[in-house]
Design a protein around this ligand. Structure first.
Ligand code: PLP
Length: 349
């Protein structure tokens, strides 16, 4: 597949902003090129120098952890950034289409709408699997990107591998697999397929399992051609220096991440058992993530009641195929107990 043939025409020859630090990459020198403050910063720690626009150090570290060459890694301000950049790169406004499979992560639709791309919506089956036939018959020559989310938010399940492969083999544009919850799943990342499918983009994030949501660090893994397009159109300094430094330190602590994931999975099983024991609960859907989707009578009323108790879950009851569903993040043992006690009190009334 020729990626440049999918690219919006005006981007083919566009020249990215050349930053001061692109011209000289050495660390030592008298830096009079970027109009920075030579004395330091008003903050305690010094942040007066612009950060590395290509985040080379961070990519090297991630490359080792993920087993993916640094040249196949793009870093964004959260994985929301590559979602937006991919649409900006490939979708001509009012003409090209973004395919989504609801119920799924809301940012695909929001970014498509902001960029005025057309939206093609092919709902999941009632078991929350891909409707592959539906997808293949809904797409057109203008379908540039399909967003698949596995494990899926808000349903929690992983999509079937054979379905994903069929889409990869047959979709004429970019296939994005959002793996925000991959650390909690039992199966390996689809990044292993990158060399086989030049149109595959795998998104991951440090916001969930790594516990770094506030630092905003998302990753896109893809063929070098796609990485170079994203790099060309991003803001020059999209990952700030504090994030580059703190994330780089956190990556030395993969053991902590693995232990927390293990703990969360144990707490998830406990919470599922407890929640299933309430008669009013119709179903707890199987989860490959750090949250569960619960089908429950009077979901909206229970959501409001929980808010009164200062327990905040996510009301998904208005979402297609999620009628009467709440999405509940796995908390600490005591947070989960607060939730189940509040539910007990509510049902006893
Ligand atoms: C949380 C989430 C993200 C957001 O990740 P950021 O890196 O924090 O922007 C992306 N995709 C899905 C499916 C998510 O649930």
């Amino acid at each position: 597949m020729d990626i440049n043939a999918l690219l919006r025409k005006h981007l083919i020859n566009i020249k990215p902003y050349s930053s001061a630090r692109d011209e000289y990459t050495g660390k030592e020198g008298v830096f009079l090129d970027a109009n920075e403050n030579p004395f330091g910063s008003a903050s305690k720690e010094a942040f007066n120098r612009y950060p590395d626009p290509l985040q080379k150090g961070l990519k090297e570290k991630l490359s080792l952890i993920k087993g993916i060459p640094a040249t196949n890694i793009f870093l964004g301000n959260g994985s929301d950034e590559p979602i937006d950049l991919l649409i900006r790169a490939f979708c001509e406004p009012e003409k090209d289409e973004v395919v989504i499979t609801p119920p799924t992560y809301g940012m695909y639709q929001v970014c498509a709408e902001i960029n005025n791309a057309k939206l093609v919506s092919v709902p999941l089956t009632k078991d929350f699997d891909l409707d592959v036939e539906g997808i293949l018959s809904a797409i057109s020559g203008n379908s540039k990107i399909i967003f698949l989310c596995s494990p899926n938010n808000p349903t929690g399940n992983s999509l079937q591998k054979s379905d994903i492969i069929t889409v990869l083999e047959n979709f004429p544009g970019i296939v994005v697999i959002d793996e925000a919850y991959i650390d909690f799943a039992q199966h390996e990342s689809y990044a292993t397929l990158l060399s086989k499918y030049k149109n595959l983009v795998v998104l991951q994030t440090l916001s969930k399992a790594w516990g770094l949501a506030a630092l905003r660090l998302g990753m896109a893994f893809a063929d070098e051609q796609i990485i170079s397009i994203l790099t060309k159109i991003k803001y020059p300094y999209n990952i700030n220096a504090a994030t580059q430094k703190l994330v780089s330190e956190a990556l030395d602590n993969e053991k902590w991440k693995n232990e927390q994931v293990h703990e969360i999975l144990t707490l998830r099983d406990e919470l599922i058992e407890k929640i299933k024991s309430f008669d009013q609960v119709e179903k707890v859907y199987p989860s490959d993530a750090n949250f569960i989707l619960v089908k429950i009578r009077d979901a909206k009323k229970i959501f409001d009641y929980l808010i009164e108790q200062k327990i905040i879950v996510r009301d998904r009851s208005k979402v297609v195929l999620c009628e009467d569903c709440l999405r509940i993040t796995i908390g600490t043992k005591s947070e989960n107990n607060s939730l189940t006690e509040a539910l007990s009190n509510y049902f006893d009334k």
